[in-house]
Design a protein around this ligand. Structure first.
Ligand code: ZN
Length: 337
């Protein structure tokens, strides 16, 4: 008998308002029903993470952090070379999202608890909204277009990663520290959850904080919505992404990063978000990563959601490339809303 954990893709119309516990699982999906049926079919066909008890037991055993494993994978130091190594996964044992190499079997820092990402975001009374609404404006000053120098890489781990040219820098976060955008990539379903529910996808815009050297990630929930036109940035990545693992190619058309952000909520430009300190969500799961996760989803054409799911499944079937939420531990989450 195996333990089968199926990724729950409860696509929500909005993740923006505090909800009562009773409403946590009742929000309607916005993927059209036949696509949801297809997704369910894909999940039933083998996208669940099935871990036979002996393997699960071994994984739990491995989850006990050893001093040597902690020493081998220190907190992100932020140097560009290390960032490149993290992005490429150079020197890591094989890992993925299947039964044999999935998150439950990731070792080293990944097996530690209390500082890992993603997490479930809920509006716990312990975490009242930040009092200063001005801090709620998280508005990265992207260039209007990236016209040249961007590449898209097949990560070999189910995602397409767009590496941007150097020099895209802006202030980010409540402290207004200067950050440099390094790359962005996607997960399906979302890695962070809201009130326990996944959304269809999540984009991660990975930055280096130029003042502290730490990494900072902007997380954007994504869901399919009605008959929307294709999102141009995601479409260009999908169109250009190589099917061969680890292959990388130039983006052919300009992209606008602004189209990767959810709509502003109010006239003052506010996009509600949650901030906490966590880790990379893929091996080596290094800690010291500042997370800023927008709470309102970006809506895109449902075909694009399905196209990315198939990309994650190597074109054969809808795939998954999401790590489940990790224990919050004694961390605080600040909601800017
Ligand atoms: Zn990611």
């Amino acid at each position: 008998m195996s333990v089968c954990v199926v990724a729950s893709v409860g696509v929500r119309a909005s993740a923006s308002k505090p909800r009562e516990p009773s409403s946590q699982s009742s929000a309607p999906p916005s993927l059209i029903s036949n696509r949801r049926q297809l997704l369910r079919g894909g999940l039933a066909a083998g996208l669940c993470l099935c871990c036979p008890p002996p393997l699960a037991a071994l994984a739990q055993e491995a989850a006990a952090p050893s001093a040597s494993s902690l020493a081998a994978s220190p907190t992100i130091l932020g140097r560009a070379q290390e960032v490149a190594t993290v992005a490429d996964g150079v020197g890591l044992p094989p890992w993925g999202y299947s039964c044999l190499d999935g998150p439950v079997n990731w070792s080293g820092v990944c097996a530690t608890t209390g500082q890992q990402s993603p997490i479930n975001l809920n509006y716990d009374a312990r975490f009242p909204p930040a009092p200063d609404r001005k801090l709620s404006v998280l508005a990265p000053r992207f260039p209007r277009f990236i016209k040249a120098g961007a590449t898209v890489k097949n990560s070999g781990h189910g995602t397409m990663q767009v590496n941007v040219p150097e020099g895209i820098e802006y202030e980010l976060g409540p402290g207004g520290q200067k950050h440099r955008l390094l790359q962005f990539h996607f997960h399906t379903p979302s890695e962070h959850t809201v009130d326990g529910a996944n959304l269809a996808m999540e984009a991660h815009l990975v930055h280096k904080n130029l003042e502290t050297g730490n990494l900072a990630v902007l997380g954007v929930f994504i869901e399919g919505g009605g008959d929307l036109l294709p999102n141009p940035c995601i479409q260009e990545a999908l169109r250009s992404a190589p099917t061969t693992p680890l292959a990388e190619t130039q983006l052919q058309r300009p992209i606008s990063l602004q189209t990767l952000l959810p709509k502003v909520r109010t006239a003052d430009g506010m996009r509600p978000y949650a901030h906490y300190s966590g880790s990379l969500t893929t091996p080596p799961c290094s800690t010291g990563v500042d997370w800023y996760v927008f709470l309102d989803p970006l809506q895109i054409n449902p075909d694009q959601v399905m196209d990315f799911m198939y990309f994650a499944g190597a074109g054969l079937k809808p795939g998954v490339n999401a790590r489940p939420p990790q224990p919050l531990g004694d961390r605080n989450v600040t909601f800017f809303m």
